[in-house]
Design a protein around this ligand. Structure first.
Ligand code: ZN
Length: 173
């Protein structure tokens, strides 16, 4: 296992539409293990493969009890309600903003053994998965902000760059 470099805002891989995983091979399992290690190293609670430079539809998340799980080719098959809460992103360090998400989601995916799974998530974990799944479509959380807030953040990044390493050790996805 190894910690991989987390790609930052401006890296084109973060804007790609990721490809489906065709088969959960040993290589994919190794990638999952690296992503889990990277997520824990960065004190994150979720990580999507494009964030480590791999444009595949694969996310890892902490299940809220300290256990990591992988979602391969995840699809949201149902959603209910809405909730607003602050988010950050390991790929957009130092930026935090309130984002509206569905409060409850049902997700179908394959697990790290390639077996189909269906899970229902609400609240924080539902938010984590929606944030990570956006990464698979090249969408960042700042894209979901009202235009005025989004433009202010983008201008700030253009003007000042992203904060240096070490300043993003907070809730981030
Ligand atoms: Zn993120």
């Amino acid at each position: 296992m190894a910690v991989r470099e987390v790609r930052s805002y401006g890296d084109p891989v973060l804007r790609q539409k990721a490809r489906p995983v065709t088969e959960v091979t040993a290589e994919i399992r190794a990638l999952i293990a690296d992503m889990v290690e990277t997520m824990h190293h960065e004190i994150g609670v979720g990580l999507a493969a494009p964030q480590v430079g791999i444009a595949l539809r694969l996310v890892v998340m902490d299940d809220g009890k300290g256990k990591a799980r992988a979602l391969v080719n995840p699809e949201i098959t149902d959603r209910r309600g809405s909730a607003v809460a602050e988010e950050g992103c390991l790929s957009v360090p130092g930026i935090f903003a309130e984002v509206e998400r569905s409060e409850w989601i049902r997700v179908e995916a394959a697990d790290e053994d390639g077996k189909p799974v269906a899970i229902e998530l609400r609240g924080f974990l539902a938010r984590v998965v929606q944030h990570e799944m956006d990464h698979l479509d090249g969408v960042l959380f700042i894209d979901r902000l009202p235009p005025v807030a989004r433009d202010r953040i983008k201008k700030r990044i253009q003007r000042e760059g992203l904060p240096a390493e070490g300043s993003h050790r907070a809730f981030a996805l």
